[in-house]
Design a protein around this ligand. Structure first.
Ligand code: ADP
Length: 626
């Protein structure tokens, strides 16, 4: 029989498993039992529509046997089984390429122990065994096959005899080493504990042959009896009474099911009766999933109908802005035979999804109110997703989300819009914001200086979605949201406005001349009194701010967009006098100075300089002439 090689990435993971330095080798059993349970789910679900399959829910079980003499541990299930092709595809390759990618990414960093908890599934059995055989018969097939492997050298598949549909996995347990006691996996006690610990909620009986000692009535002697016992309680965690479930149980359930190496940040367990009946068990992770902000991330909840899994990722159950929530929903109101397409139009499902959304929102609102620090932690991880929800679909959901938003400001590390308003100065009518790369950079913007000086608080927007959020919200509680870096932002009194207008008019020719020397770069050049010590700044006119221009141009689009720029010059700065003088005496030089001033303003805004060489020449010219 020919030995086959593992696919490259499988081999890598396999090597890791065989030579694992991971301390928690126990999890292999959980992985194999989960697979067995999934296989039974599949067969049961199939039987609901395929009447050729005759089986009853009560007939299903998983059995674990130990054989000390032969050093084997066997896991049996009467689930869907695998045919030749499935054995080849499932056990010769890694199904979850994500786990490997994650591992590679993180391996370098620190903790290799992560891998063991990361759904490496079947392969984890190689941590404790030196030979594995998988004998399986698929429900659709009349032939059975045996897959076997001793690890990295490869695997073999041969046809064998097996009467019933299902899978038997036999692990030959490694010999003990100085560091490692593998023989414990041949102890009934250990296996029993592991099943209790990791697989208690599995909904099919996990049976074991358990030794009991009975007193013989006649002889009064102790005698050994072996009885088949069901080890797990089989009650899914979500069907249990909330009061009876310990935090550790939720944590373990979450880590196991969603393959996370950290315990969840928040657990939400609900049992609803009313328009629709359902139980839900939802989690917010303690860290942002490594692929969360990529296209690969799929949102969704597991959907069960009365304890039977009918869909692994039902995306309709979660709005996009809560896509970070993981978990499951179980409802007797959802039909088992429902198809994926129908699901979307299903009335019951829509009710459930609405109700779940409310629950999550209330939980977050509550956290914001009662556990502020926790909420800030949460918001640092997933706040961007909530903000995205505000402007998504033209702001359809902005009202339900606006109170969940936090921003940095000139006064606070985190503030909600409501809190900002509560601190507003008397006479302040609008909410002010400015955007930039970091709060410290924003604080240095010349436009910001004056506003702060007048004692106003400014929201500091550093997230790329923030400005879109502001433009979608437009106002909060009747207060307009205003960017202090746009041209028409003005804190002046009528008198000051008039005065400035006059000064601009008086210098119309000079400003026009400056504008022309910048060719098409700016919409206009004008004097301003919004600046304190800086000579210049850039503002924008119209809906598109400079910040938004940056964000949009960073996206892969063919056409670059341009904000309408205004070069503003501090009317109180000594440079103004120089400009006037040059306008009279040396237009060439005025042109050069204007270009330098414009470049300065671009630099302050963090905009690129199109022609740095030209700028460098201009500056050295000025330096020489001095
Ligand atoms: P995962 O379970 O995370 O997909 P595994 O490596 O544990 O990855 O298993 C790979 C695949 O092999 C499973 O997705 C399943 O299709 C199949 N499989 C594993 N164990 C069984 C089993 N006991 N019965 C039927 N199929 C199985």
């Amino acid at each position: 029989m020919k030995k086959k090689q593992f696919k490259a990435e499988s081999k890598k993971l396999l090597d890791l498993m065989v030579n694992s330095i991971y301390t928690n080798k126990d999890i292999f059993l959980r992985e194999l039992i989960s697979n067995a349970s999934d296989a039974i789910d599949k067969l049961y679900y199939e039987s609901l529509t395929n009447h050729k399959i005759k089986c009853k829910k009560e007939d299903f079980f998983i059995q674990v046997d130990v054989d000390k003499e032969n050093r084997t541990l066997t896991i049996f299930d009467n689930g869907c089984g695998m045919d030749m092709e499935a054995l080849e595809n499932n056990l010769g390759t890694i199904a979850k390429s994500g786990s490997l990618a994650f591992k590679e990414e993180n391996e370098k960093k620190e903790d290799i122990s992560i891998i063991g908890q990361f759904g490496v599934g079947f392969y984890s059995a190689f941590m404790v065994s030196d030979h594995i055989s998988v004998t399986s018969k698929a429900f659709s097939s009349d032939k059975a096959y045996c897959w076997s492997s001793s690890g990295a050298e490869g695997y073999e598949i041969e046809e064998v005899e097996k009467e019933s549909v299902g899978t038997t996995i036999t692990l030959h347990i490694k010999e003990d080493t100085k560091e490692e006691n593998f023989s414990k996996y041949l102890e009934e006690y250990t296996i029993r504990e592991l099943i209790k610990k990791y697989s208690d909620y599995i909904r099919y009986p996990i049976r074991m042959n358990v030794e009991h000692f009975h007193k013989n009535k006649d002889s009064e002697e102790e005698e050994k009896v072996i009885e088949l016992e069901t080890i797990n309680s089989m009650v899914p965690l979500w069907k249990k009474n909330k009061k009876e479930v310990k935090k550790e149980e939720y944590d373990r359930f979450y880590q196991d099911k969603f393959m996370d190496y950290e315990v969840p940040f928040k657990v939400m367990h609900h049992s609803m009766e009313g328009v629709v009946d359902y139980q839900s068990l939802l989690f917010i992770p303690s860290h942002v999933p490594y692929n969360f902000y990529t296209k690969e991330y799929e949102k969704g909840l597991e959907l069960y109908s009365n304890g039977v899994l009918i869909m692994e990722k039902c995306s309709d159950l979660l709005p996009d802005y809560f896509s970070f929530v993981k978990g499951l929903v179980d409802s007797s109101d959802v039909s088992l035979n429902i198809s994926r397409e129908l699901l979307q139009q299903d009335y019951q499902l829509r009710q459930i999804s609405k109700s779940i959304e409310n629950k999550i929102r209330k939980e977050l609102e509550n956290m914001l109110k009662e556990e502020r620090e926790e909420y800030e932690k949460f918001f640092s991880m997933f706040g961007t997703q909530l903000k995205y929800g505000v402007y998504d679909q033209f702001g359809k959901d902005k009202d339900v989300l606006k109170d969940l938003l936090l921003f940095a400001s000139s006064k606070e590390k985190f503030t909600s819009l409501k809190e900002y308003i509560s601190r507003m100065k008397e006479g302040q009518e609008d909410i002010y914001y400015a955007s930039g790369e970091s709060t410290s950079k924003i604080a240095l913007l010349p436009q910001v200086e004056r506003v702060l000086e007048k004692g106003y608080e400014i929201l500091y927007l550093t997230d790329y979605v923030d400005e879109f959020v502001m433009q979608t919200l437009m106002e909060y509680d009747g207060k307009k949201l205003k960017n202090v870096c746009v041209e028409d932002f003005n804190l002046d009194t009528e008198e000051e406005k008039e005065d400035l207008k006059k000064r601009n008019e008086e210098s119309k020719d000079l400003l026009e001349c400056m504008k022309e020397s910048l060719e098409q770069e700016v919409l206009k050049v004008r004097f301003t009194n919004r600046l304190k010590k800086h000579p210049v700044c850039l503002t924008s006119e119209g809906n598109l701010s400079i910040g938004m221009q940056k964000v949009m141009n960073a996206m892969p689009m063919d056409e670059k967009i341009e904000a309408k720029l205004v070069l503003e010059i501090n009317e109180e700065h000594p440079i103004v006098e120089t400009l006037h003088k040059l306008y009279k005496e040396d237009l060439e030089k005025l042109k050069k100075y204007t270009k330098i001033l414009y470049a300065q303003a671009r630099l302050i805004e963090g905009l690129p300089i199109e022609n740095p060489t030209e700028l460098s020449t201009l500056i050295s010219d000025v330096l020489i002439e001095k």
